[in-house]
Structure formats: structure tokens, C-alpha cells
Design a binder for this molecule. Structure first.
Ligand code: IVH
Length: 691
């Protein structure tokens, strides 16, 4: 056994004024480190800084008992080499489940109560604004900030200490008592709205004067981008802030009985929790808090996208536990998408891949939902009529997260004069073919098919897209040129392009034409699922294409399938079956497929897949209806299939569950009639996780 370490020299033997002096020097040096490295705002000359360090080093050498592992004589600020290197979190950084209305909130509370030993009475929640920022984990060792890391995948994040140090509200050293030896402080980094506005005003001014400063898109991206800057001085320009809202690993666990006590404790350590955090009781308390924060949403200097309710008592949290991705004792109640009014400058039409004419409102630019919006979709002509949108109108626009901005409604009471209802164009704006709108359909379409350059371009772009044939380098500009020059009529023509044809296009360098030809060549070896998706059969998205490929295993079987056989495939209903069946009965389509095959487009063939994947939903058939907030249809389908389940499009006696989101359609009534079990989003999530 090695001999035990000698006892550390006791601080008691060193005069108190020297201990205080060393402490003062360390704090002073740390302050200058931060001013120099992180804020790019040094206050003293290098020589004066060196003198401070020399003084401290001398003191520590003369009195070894003063030395400490975290002294700036031993540590360096944040070495640039550590930037962005992986950091394993001491405790996982979980996400939160979302609810979207009072009903879902009550469902959450009931589910939570059932997990607790004592489920009588009302629960006390810590209520906090949900900041729309970036999650950060700060690791303090013996009270000293050692590292700051992003969330990453929840287990491993990225080291962003160098940029996190620019956050002024972030203490380098925790003060006060009851500080664990090792502790991860969890919280949110954000760019205050005032700072965001000022930054963009200055950027505008700079650009007007010929400078290169770019305006920031929105405060959230600005914060995320700031943390990921290599150069901390650039991050410092964004005036980031940090609000602490919880702990990760803590050794030893500090004595706090619940969230409210913890927030107070963190405050005493010098951290800043969100000032609007408070304790509320029961569903009435939660609802009142939600309404109040929502009403005051505009008054805060930070962007909020909801409020978070966390069971206050830690002992109860232990009883509730967590799933792999979120705690069962907390939930985020999201705000509805932000809405703003602006005016319609013009209404124009875009022609999509299937010829659908989408009316688009060109708007007076408006900042909504965290981004500046100048175009908003009106979805289709039926929608335009229903919402009665006319040129010059004041309209309400909405944008939620990454969703395409849309016109919610028009405000005809603010209309000046009586502008005409915008007529549906009789001819396609791209190819002048006739526009048709079947009586019972909302969508108007160009009847030009592949003679319409807009449809042709869109079909080529779709064919080449990453999820389809993945032809790198074939973007919008090239697709337009190829179609306009008459070099490509159908996707099959891509495979007979020659280098000199590409070189003849404007702004095409030899090297890039070689690259394009190479990626075209590479795309020949693909999978049946990608190929089917790439063909652009109406209503056949990636998931359906995957389902068809798995079910039939090869193109021959699929081509020969009847509508009934097609409907056996998960997620294929009457309409999709008709479309797929029809597609393979169309001469032109078969010719394109033949030509693609002749050019060498190929994939490994397989047998029909019979067994479904094993998982918690094995053997179960689910139908989706309504909007599953926070989860797209595709995502829901993908997760159900990954869990071994089947998704079909219509409710029958064979359906095991109808997953009903907001505003469910007639499927709900049908399910109730047939006695099919109805479940909500939250229950779907628990089913997916059940083992
Ligand atoms: S608590 C285990 N509290 O929201 C609990 N998160 O959607 C996890 N967020 O990753 C988080 N404000 O980045 C919590 N007051 C708050 C929050 C908050 C914003 C973020 C956080 C989290 C995400 C989950």
C-alpha cells in the first residue's frame, strides 16, 4: 500500500491577512482573464497582469498552504483546444414532454398522481417560464467553474466554456454555503430581446455604410450561434444571459427539499434563476400562472415559448421517475404559435411538383415567432376564398417554430374600399396550360403535367433530393437551367447528360460539371424505397415508399399489385392505393422507369417482408387523426413502425388504437361507434416506451 498523503498544511497556521490577500489576487486575476479572453475588453496592460500573477505565485511559494488546485497560477482560462470537444454529462440532460391545453395539462397531472404513493389532494408545482434559448450545463468543482457544455444528445455535449465565459451573469466561482464539491448547474442561455434589437440595428447601419455585419435571424439562433463561435470575442457581442433552473449531478446533494428551495439556494450561490419562477398549487394555480405569463409574454426581455411546471418536492419526483427522454414529474405547457398583423402586398401563385397552384401572400415584412416573415402560404385557392384574403388587406400571420408561415385570417373590417376577390388564374403562370379545379376539391392544378416547366423542375429537384436519389450538386439553379435549355425533360434524361452539355450552361465550371456527373453516376446504386419516393407518385412520401418497398420487396411485385393488395401495406389507404395503382398503369411513367433501369439505376431486390418488426407495439394497428402537437404525422408513424406497430389510414374493427390529436375528424366518431380505444399523444408516448 502506498503511504498515505501527508496532511495538507493547515490554513490556520497562515496569517489571516495573507489568506485574504491571496483570495483577492485570485479573484482579480480571474476577472482580468475573463475581460481579456472572453470579453475582448482588457482593462490593464499585459505587464500589470503579469505583475499580479507574479505576486500571487510568490505568495503561494512562500506559503504552500495557500496553494489551491483552482488557483489561476495553475489553471488556464479555457484553452482554445478544448473548444467543442465532447463532454460527457454527469447526469443526462433530459428534454420535456409538451402539453397544449388545460385538458392535456390535467391529463398529465392525473397520470403523475397515479405514480405517487399519495395521490390525494392537489400537487404543488414550481412554475417557470419556458425560455426559448439554448440548454447549458455548467460544471463547478469545489465552487469553481470548470466547464460549460451544450446539451448535445443528452448524454454527451460540446465544450463551450470559452464562449460561455462571455455571459456576464455567470459566476466563475460560487459563493455562500452548502455548495456541493462537484455540481452541474443546468439552465438556459439566451440573447435578451433588447440586445438582439440593438445588435440588428447596428448591423443594418453597418451594412448601409458598406460593412459586412449580418443581421441575426432570431434570438434563439443568435444564442446557439454565439456559443458555437470559435472566437469568444464574437460571442461577447451578443450579450448572452443565463438563467439557472436545475441541477444535474451533485455530490453531495445539497439540502434542498424541492425546486423552490433549490432556486433560492442557487441564488445564494450567485446564480440567477428566472425572476418569474413561483410556486403554484393544483390545476387552478397552474392555469392562472399560464394565463398570466401568456398575457405578459410581450413584456419580458426574453423570448418564451411556454411555461414549465415541475413537481416541487424532490422526494415525490423520485417516486415519479423519468422515461429515457423526459422526467415524468415535469411538463411544458406550450404557448400557441405567435400571431402578428401585417398587410398583403400581392397574391401570387407557385406551381408545385403535382401541378398544385399554391397562393402565396407577399407581405409587408413582419417579425413573428422569432423570424422576419415576408411570404406566407394560403395553402390552396379554397382556403384563400374561405379566409377571404384580398390584396391590400390587413391579415393575421402565424409562425410556430420551424413551420412555414401562414395567413390565419384576414381583417376585412380594416379593408379600404372594395378590392376584388383575387380570381383563380385560368392559365398556369408558368406554362399557360389550363388550370382545373374539380368542384369538390380545394386545390387547383395546372393541367400541363411534364410540359409545365415548373412541374418538371420540381419533379427533377424532388428526384435528385437527398432523401430520394441524393444527387449532390443538383439544386434549384441547375434544375431550372437544365429544364429551360431543354436538356432534361424527365428524370431519366439526367442519366444521359454529357460533360459538354453541362459546360455550356452559364456559370458552370469544368470541375463542377465533373462533380455533377459523378454524383449522377453514384446515384444509380440506390434502394427500392428511395427509388419509389424519387418517382414522385402523388401522396407517396418517404414513409409510404418505405412501407411499399418492405412489403413487396421488388418492383415487379409492386407493379403487379391490385388496389386491394396495395391496401394491405401499413399506411396505405384507398386514395394512396388508387394513386400507386394508377401510376403504374400510365404509359409515360412506365417509359421513364424503363429508361432509368436501362441507364443502370438499380437496387438490391429482396423477398416480401412478412414479419413486422418486434417491439412494444408488435401486432398492433393504429390510426392517426387530428394534429399531434409537437410531433409531426411522419414522426409519429415512424416511431410506431419502429416500435413494431402498423399505421393504417382508416378506422375499422381491426384497429387497436385511434390516436386522436387536436381537432380530430370523423375518424373519432367512427372509432367510438366501433368501440376502438381512443388515446391521446401522451398515451401514445407511454405505449412507445413500454418494454
Ligand atoms: S427543465 C429535466 N426548465 O426546454 C428537466 N427546461 O423542451 C429539463 N427550458 O432542454 C428541463 N426553460 O433547455 C426546464 N424553466 C425551464 C426551461 C427549460 C427552457 C428548455 C431546456 C430543455 C427544453 C425542453
Amino acid at each position: 500500500m502506498p503511504p498515505p498523503d501527508p496532511p495538507p498544511p493547515s490554513l490556520n497556521s497562515i496569517p489571516a491577512e495573507l489568506v485574504a490577500e491571496a483570495g483577492r489576487l485570485r479573484d482579480e486575476i480571474r476577472r482580468h482573464d475573463r475581460l481579456y479572453h472572453a470579453l475582448d475588453r482588457p482593462e490593464i496592460e499585459d505587464s500589470a497582469y503579469d505583475a499580479l500573477k507574479r505576486e500571487l505565485r510568490g505568495l503561494e511559494q512562500r506559503h504552500p498552504g495557500l496553494a489551491s488546485a483552482d488557483s489561476p497560477t495553475r489553471t488556464v482560462g479555457a484553452p482554445a483546444s478544448a473548444a467543442f470537444s465532447p463532454v460527457e454529462h454527469g447526469a443526462p440532460m433530459l428534454s420535456l414532454d409538451n402539453v397544449f391545453d388545460a385538458g392535456e395539462m390535467e391529463e398529465f397531472d392525473r397520470r403523475l398522481a397515479a405514480l405517487l404513493d399519495d395521490h390525494e389532494g392537489e400537487r404543488v408545482y414550481s412554475a417557470e417560464p419556458k425560455l426559448d434559448g439554448v440548454a447549458l450545463s455548467l460544471f463547478y468543482e469545489r465552487g469553481v467553474l470548470v466547464r460549460a457544455a451544450t446539451r448535445g444528445d443528452g448524454r454527451t455535449g460540446e465544450d463551450v466554456t470559452h464562449t460561455a465565459l462571455t455571459i456576464k451573469s455567470l459566476p466563475l466561482r460560487l459563493s455562500g454555503g452548502n455548495i456541493p464539491d462537484r455540481v452541474e448547474i443546468r439552465g438556459e442561455v439566451f440573447m435578451p430581446l433588447g440586445a438582439f434589437k440593438r445588435y440588428n440595428e447596428e448591423a443594418e447601419k453597418d451594412r448601409a455604410e458598406g460593412g459586412k455585419r449580418k443581421p441575426l435571424v432570431n434570438p434563439r439562433n443568435a444564442a446557439a450561434g454565439a456559443l458555437r463561435q470559435k472566437d469568444a470575442a464574437l460571442a461577447a457581442q451578443r450579450s448572452l444571459e443565463f438563467f439557472a433552473h436545475g441541477l444535474g449531478l451533485a455530490e453531495p446533494m445539497p439540502a434542498a427539499s424541492g425546486q423552490t428551495a433549490l432556486l433560492d439556494l442557487m441564488k445564494s450561490w450567485g446564480l440567477k434563476p428566472c425572476p418569474q419562477a413561483e410556486c403554484v398549487t393544483g390545476m387552478a394555480g397552474c392555469a392562472e400562472y399560464y394565463e398570466r405569463i401568456l398575457a405578459g409574454r410581450e413584456d419580458f426581455d426574453y423570448a418564451l415559448d411556454g411555461v414549465v411546471f415541475k413537481l416541487d418536492r424532490f422526494d415525490l419526483r423520485d417516486q415519479a421517475g423519468a422515461s429515457s427522454h423526459a422526467p415524468r414529474w415535469a411538463v411544458a405547457r406550450k404557448f400557441p404559435a405567435e400571431e402578428r398583423t401585417t398587410t398583403v402586398r400581392a397574391i401570387e401563385y407557385q406551381v408545385g411538383r403535382t401541378g398544385a397552384l399554391t397562393p402565396v401572400a407577399r407581405l409587408e415584412p413582419v417579425f413573428v415567432g422569432g423570424a422576419t416573415v415576408s411570404n406566407a402560404t394560403l395553402h390552396n385557392y379554397g382556403e384563400l376564398l374561405r379566409k377571404d384574403v384580398r390584396e391590400g388587406d390587413t391579415v393575421v400571420v402565424r409562425r410556430a417554430g420551424d413551420v412555414i408561415p401562414e395567413v390565419v385570417r384576414s381583417l376585412p373590417e380594416r379593408r379600404k374600399g372594395n378590392p376584388p376577390v383575387p380570381p383563380l388564374p385560368e392559365r398556369c403562370p408558368e406554362c399557360s396550360s389550363e388550370v382545373a379545379r374539380p368542384e369538390d376539391e380545394a386545390v387547383a392544378r395546372c393541367t400541363g403535367g411534364l410540359i409545365c416547366p415548373a412541374q418538371r423542375k420540381a419533379a427533377i429537384l424532388h428526384f435528385a433530393s437527398r432523401q430520394a436519389m441524393d444527387i449532390e450538386g443538383l439544386g434549384e439553379v441547375l434544375a431550372s437551367q437544365l429544364v429551360e435549355q431543354g436538356l432534361v425533360e424527365s428524370p431519366a434524361d439526367l442519366y444521359s447528360l454529357a460533360a459538354d452539355q453541362l459546360n455550356s450552361l452559364e456559370r458552370m465550371a469544368d470541375k463542377s460539371s465533373d462533380n455533377i456527373l459523378e454524383s449522377v453516376e453514384r446515384s444509380k446504386s440506390t434502394s427500392l424505397a428511395r427509388f419509389l419516393y424519387a418517382l414522385g407518385i402523388r401522396d407517396v412520401g418517404r414513409i409510404t415508399a418505405g412501407g411499399l418497398a418492405r412489403h413487396f420487396g421488388n418492383l415487379r411485385a409492386l407493379r403487379g399489385a391490385s388496389e386491394e393488395e396495395l391496401r394491405e401495406v401499413s399506411d396505405v389507404g384507398e386514395i394512396v392505393a388508387r394513386r400507386v395503382h394508377g401510376f403504374f398503369r400510365h404509359e409515360d411513367n412506365l417509359r421513364v422507369i424503363e429508361s432509368l433501369r436501362r441507364h443502370g439505376v438499380d437496387w438490391p431486390e429482396s423477398q416480401r417482408a412478412s414479419a413486422q418488426q418486434a417491439g412494444p407495439l408488435s401486432g398492433k394497428t393504429l390510426v392517426l387523426t387530428g394534429t399531434l402537437e409537437g410531433m409531426s404525422r411522419d414522426e409519429a408513424r415512424e416511431r410506431i413502425v419502429a416500435a413494431g406497430g402498423r399505421v393504417t389510414s382508416s378506422v375499422s374493427k381491426k384497429t387497436d388504437y385511434l390516436v386522436a390529436g387536436a381537432s380530430p375528424g370523423s375518424k373519432r366518431a367512427k372509432a367510438e361507434q366501433l368501440g376502438v380505444e381512443l388515446i391521446g399523444r401522451a398515451q401514445l408516448l407511454s405505449l412507445l416506451e413500454a418494454q
